[in-house]
Design a protein around this ligand. Structure first.
Ligand SMILES: CC(C)(COP(=O)(O)OP(=O)(O)OC[C@H]1O[C@@H](n2cnc3c(N)ncnc32)[C@H](O)[C@@H]1OP(=O)(O)O)[C@@H](O)C(=O)NCCC(=O)NCCS
Length: 215
C-alpha cells in the first residue's frame, strides 16, 4: 500500500536513492557513479530544501523508505537564482570543477560536477508560458499502477493553486517510456536538443488567470 503524502526532511535519503536508482534514462544508474549522492545533489536535494511545498512522495507505510517522488519548482528563474546563492556554493567546495577535462573525456561524476559549477539556465522564452518545472521518479515496484498519474495530479493541483500558468520538464531522448507517459497526460513537445526533449503543459485556460475565475 503506497500512500501519497507531502515530502518531509526525513525523506531526504530516500529521494537521493530514488534519484540514483532511476537516473539512467529511467533505469538504475548506481553502477555509473562513484559518488552515490551526486545525482541527488542536482535533481532531488535542492527541491526538498528550497521548494518543499511542491514535493510529494509515495510512502510504503511500513516504516521503509519512500518508493517514488514528484518534485517541482513553481518559479524556475527564482529557483535557479536561489540555488546560485544558497545551494551550489557548498557543493562547489566539495566537488572540483572538471572544466579543464575535455567534455568527451569527462566521467559521469565529472559531468554532474560540471553542472554544479555551471548549472544550465532555462531559456527566458520558455519560462514565459511554462515558468514551473518538475521531476518525477518511481522505483520499479511503484511503476505502472497509476501512481505516476496520481503524483502528477497532486503536483499540478499545487501549482495551479499557486497561480502558475504552465510547467515544463526535461527528459532523456532515449527514455521513450516516460515520454509516452507525459504525452498521454497531455504534455506537448516544446523543443529538442541532442539527447534531450523538453515537454510543456499549460495549467490555465488561455486568457484566464484561474480556471475558477467568474466570467
Ligand atoms: C515514467 C513514470 C513516472 C510513469 O509513472 P507510472 O506510475 O509508471 O505511470 P502510471 O501507471 O501512473 O500511468 C499513468 C497513465 O499513463 C499511461 N502511460 C504510462 N506510460 C505510458 C507510455 N509509455 N505510453 C503511453 N501511455 C503511458 C498509463 O497507461 C496510464 O494511463 P491512464 O491513467 O489513462 O489509464 C514512471 O514509470 C517512472 O518513474 N519511471 C522511471 C523513472 C523515469 O523515467 N522518470 C522520468 C524521468 S524524465
Amino acid at each position: 500500500m503506497l500512500t501519497l503524502r507531502p515530502a518531509r526532511e526525513a525523506d531526504r535519503a530516500a529521494l537521493y536513492r530514488i534519484c540514483l536508482q532511476t537516473g539512467a534514462s529511467g533505469e538504475d544508474a548506481t553502477a555509473l557513479y562513484h559518488d552515490p549522492l551526486l545525482l541527488g545533489h542536482v535533481y532531488a536535494g535542492p527541491y526538498l530544501t528550497h521548494a518543499p511545498d511542491f514535493a510529494f512522495v509515495l510512502d510504503p507505510g511500513d516504516g521503509t523508505q519512500a518508493a517514488g517522488y514528484i518534485l517541482g519548482a513553481p518559479d524556475t528563474a527564482a529557483f535557479e537564482a536561489t540555488l546560485e546563492r544558497e545551494w551550489w556554493p557548498a557543493l562547489r567546495r566539495i566537488y572540483p570543477d572538471p572544466a579543464g577535462v575535455p567534455r568527451e573525456r569527462r566521467t559521469p561524476d565529472q559531468r554532474i560536477a560540471h553542472l554544479i559549477h555551471h548549472p544550465a539556465h532555462t531559456p527566458a522564452d520558455l519560462l514565459g508560458a511554462y515558468p514551473a518545472h518538475l521531476h518525477i521518479d518511481l522505483l520499479p515496484r511503484a511503476q505502472g499502477g497509476g501512481r505516476g498519474r496520481a503524483l502528477m495530479t497532486t503536483l499540478l493541483g499545487a501549482l495551479r493553486g499557486a497561480g502558475v500558468p504552465g510547467v515544463h520538464l526535461g527528459v532523456g531522448e532515449s527514455n521513450t517510456r516516460a515520454q509516452g507517459f507525459y504525452q498521454h497526460l497531455g504534455f506537448q513537445e516544446l523543443r529538442r536538443s541532442p539527447g534531450a526533449v523538453t515537454y510543456g503543459l499549460r495549467l490555465m485556460a488561455t486568457g484566464a488567470t484561474s480556471p475558477d475565475d467568474p466570467a
